[in-house]
Design a protein. Structure first.
Length: 296
């Protein structure tokens, strides 16, 4: 059996980065053949609310309008921020405007304090996971373009219609996280893709059966050294900047490819990369030219 081609995504958390820099990196990723660019969804940077951070949906829309082939998405949107009917409309609209290039990443809230601090109700993890499950069910129903009546434990809709429909009739749904009790059942039962976060990358093979039939993407902080001479400095920089994230991979292109190949063997198809230099065009091209081909 021929396995699916490996793809690369560029993780671009929109913190300490103006839109001109984001656009340059997204365009470089598109030119290098990357599949997608991914952003974060918070009302302020979790570690420092005093920093500027552009809105997640606005950035994704702007990048989609300034590229032609690059898919856009978030890892992940906080489902609690948007009513399912509003989210369905937003997603269908951006998908149509971009010619079918939206990837809808969803989660039930990674920073619980953010919800209460900004005036959202926090019903607790179990209820948030349940609300996300109903949200995904509603998205799929609304994207049919037909009137929807829905009576759930969390949401109630009457004669709700979402038009236009997404280009392909639906948008791929990515669910991120690795919790066995709440998140992985959502992945197996409702997601098109499971995004394995860097904190769980070392358990990818162990968790894979719990993802069911969902396709797999993996996030990693990646330090990519252009030469052996630059290796030690790049490794040190990567560990200093991203060591707390888990899942750090750093070294020469051969070393990075060897580490990612083990995840390819476990079923990963998409690698979402947060590069040590925050995704300069040179590093993006190096990954596309010397790492991705080794994963085929």
């Amino acid at each position: 059996m021929t396995r699916a081609r490996a793809h690369a995504g560029l993780y671009l958390p929109q913190i300490r980065m103006d839109f001109a820099a984001i656009e340059r990196r997204a365009r470089a990723a598109e030119e290098a053949g990357f599949h997608s660019a991914w952003f974060i969804d918070h009302l302020a940077p979790p570690a420092n609310r005093g920093l500027d951070m552009l809105d997640a949906w606005t950035v994704a829309t702007a990048v989609a309008m300034r590229t032609e082939r690059l898919h856009v998405g978030h890892l992940v949107l906080c489902a609690e921020f948007r009513h399912p009917a509003v989210l369905a409309k937003m997603a269908a609209s951006l998908d149509v405007l971009s010619g079918g290039r939206l990837e809808l990443g969803l989660g039930w809230g990674s920073v619980a304090g953010e919800l209460t601090d900004y005036g959202f109700t926090d019903p607790g993890p179990e209820a948030r996971a349940g609300r996300l499950a109903e949200t995904i069910d509603l998205l799929r129903l609304l994207w049919t373009g037909e009137p929807v009546d829905f009576d759930g434990a969390h949401w109630t809709l009457r004669d709700a219609v979402c038009r236009p429909r997404p280009v392909a009739g639906r948008v791929p749904i990515h669910v991120g996280g690795a919790g066995r009790r709440l998140t992985m059942p959502l992945v197996a039962g409702r997601a098109d893709w499971w995004n394995c976060p860097s904190t769980a990358a070392d358990r990818l093979a162990e968790l894979r059966p719990a993802a069911g039939a969902a396709r797999i993407s993996v996030q990693h902080p990646i330090g990519l050294a252009a030469s052996s001479a630059a290796r030690d400095e790049v490794v040190e920089t990567t560990r200093r900047r991203f060591g707390a994230w888990g899942g750090v991979i750093a070294g020469t292109p051969d070393e990075v490819a060897a580490a990612l190949s083990r995840e390819r063997d476990a079923g990963a198809e998409l690698f979402v990369c947060q590069f040590h230099d925050f995704g300069t065009p040179e590093t993006i091209r190096l990954f596309a030219e010397e790492v991705l081909p080794a994963l085929e």
